[in-house]
Design a protein around this ligand. Structure first.
Ligand code: FES
Length: 118
């Protein structure tokens, strides 16, 4: 079971924006929304776009490169259930955000079979 790692004060996270944090040898996209905190793999399964830099509408982030979308609650694309990114547990302890990322993560085999273009 992965352990939680502190990534900084909650107060420093802007609402509605993402931030990339390096954890467990990988990049994690952390989002603070009115709905809560969410952490997903920062790497878009399409062509590696940085999801932390994507625009957010509701609980959906849009990749800044080609606009693939992912629900931050599930990691699954609303328009294509075969496209997904991993999600990670997030919590706040004494005002600091903590994320649990396993040291090694299996890749999504379905991501390889995604269409090349949107
Ligand atoms: S790299 Fe994310 S949609 Fe293309």
């Amino acid at each position: 079971m992965p352990s939680f790692v502190s990534v900084g004060p909650l107060d420093e996270l802007a609402i509605g924006k993402g931030r990339c944090v390096a954890l467990g040898g990988r990049d994690v996209a952390l989002f603070r929304l009115d709905e809560g905190l969410f952490a997903i793999d920062n790497t878009c399964p399409h062509r590696g776009g940085p999801l932390a830099e994507g625009d957010v509408t509701g609980c959906v982030v849009y990749c800044p490169l080609h606009a693939w979308s992912f629900d931050l609650r599930t990691g699954v694309s609303p328009g294509n259930p075969r496209a997904a990114v991993e999600t990670f547990p997030v919590r706040v302890v004494e005002g600091r955000v903590e994320i649990a990322v396993p040291p090694e993560v299996e890749t999504n085999p379905d991501a390889e079979s995604q269409p090349a273009d949107v």
